[in-house]
Write a protein that binds this ligand. Structure first.
Ligand SMILES: NC(=O)c1ccc[n+]([C@@H]2O[C@H](COP(=O)([O-])OP(=O)(O)OC[C@H]3O[C@@H](n4cnc5c(N)ncnc54)[C@H](O)[C@@H]3O)[C@@H](O)[C@H]2O)c1
Length: 251
């Protein structure tokens, strides 16, 4: 039987690219996402499964794992990808948005890992890949919820690696700089509003300001790295936090 991967937030952007790449490698893919229309379409395209889930809720995290097991009877790979961005200065940052960001981008990876643990261990070569961000390693103003959640993933990754090691389970976090996805298209508009500059200037002066290579990543750049970390060749890479950031954090 081929391996089975649960990919969160795979109706769009990086998650979709990861699901596609894993499916190409003959891995069965279960997509858990808030968006049923896009999620079902991606699942159908990949001959995979879709679970409608708001992963900021505990019961939906449980449902995602339960349905993956009900469908395929095993779970070998967990890709914690679902996330969103909100841009506001701290005094105006809504408390409910903060709570939702922490719930989706920090608590959900913990809960999904907890519920999937016994299956990942049984796999013998379980893989957890967290989609962090360059904002797991550095900060930017107006992103307090995002930066806090993404930094938290780094500590989470290390504990999972330590506890999973004896079972062949690896856990890593990938930290991309800006990737051309709907999330970033929205950020360009938000940053333009918050900073009072035209959207055209945001890509050059904000998004790529600190990178040595002045080009946005594509979702496939991240997906290829995810696929490598899920491979047998990457058995020894665990507890690591890996930047794909065009030298942003080399400063
Ligand atoms: N795009 C970038 O520049 C960039 C850079 C670094 C890290 N990331 C991270 O990559 C991940 C994916 O981002 P993307 O750019 O592909 O975004 P995207 O908006 O294209 O896709 C995010 C997906 O998550 C889903 N989602 C949102 N809230 C959810 C919820 N409560 N429950 C279940 N699913 C939910 C959305 O429906 C969507 O399908 C995020 O964690 C993001 O922080 C993105």
């Amino acid at each position: 039987m081929s391996r089975v991967a649960l990919v969160t937030g795979a109706a769009s952007g990086i998650g979709r690219a990861c699901a596609k790449k894993l499916a190409q490698l003959d891995i069965k893919v279960v997509i858990a996402d808030l968006d049923p229309d896009k999620g079902k379409a991606v699942a159908a395209e990949l001959n995979g499964s879709f679970v409608s889930a708001d992963l900021s809720k505990r019961e939906d995290c449980q449902k995602a794992v339960t349905e993956a097991i009900a469908r395929y009877g095993q779970l070998d790979i967990l890709i914690n990808n679902a996330g969103f961005q909100h841009i506001n200065p701290i005094p105006d940052f809504p408390e409910d948005t903060w709570k939702k960001m922490i719930a989706l981008m920090l608590t959900a990876p913990f809960l999904l890992t907890k519920y999937a643990w016994s299956y990942l261990i049984k796999s013998g070569h379980g893989r957890i890949v967290n989609i962090g961000s360059v904002h797991s390693l550095t900060a930017s103003p107006f992103k307090v919820g995002y930066v806090t959640a993404k930094h938290g993933l780094v500590g989470f990754t290390k504990v999972v690696a330590l506890e999973g090691g004896e079972h062949g389970l690896t856990c890593n976090t990938i930290c991309p700089a800006y990737v051309r996805t709907p999330l970033v298209e929205k950020q360009i508009a938000d940053q333009a509003r918050t900073r009072g500059i035209p959207p055209e200037e945001v890509e050059e002066k904000v998004l790529l300001q600190k990178t040595a290579i002045k080009k946005l990543l594509e979702p496939e750049d991240v997906a290829n790295y995810v696929a490598f970390l899920c491979s047998q060749e990457a058995w020894a890479i665990t507890g690591s936090v890996q930047a794909i950031d065009m030298a942003w954090t080399a400063h």
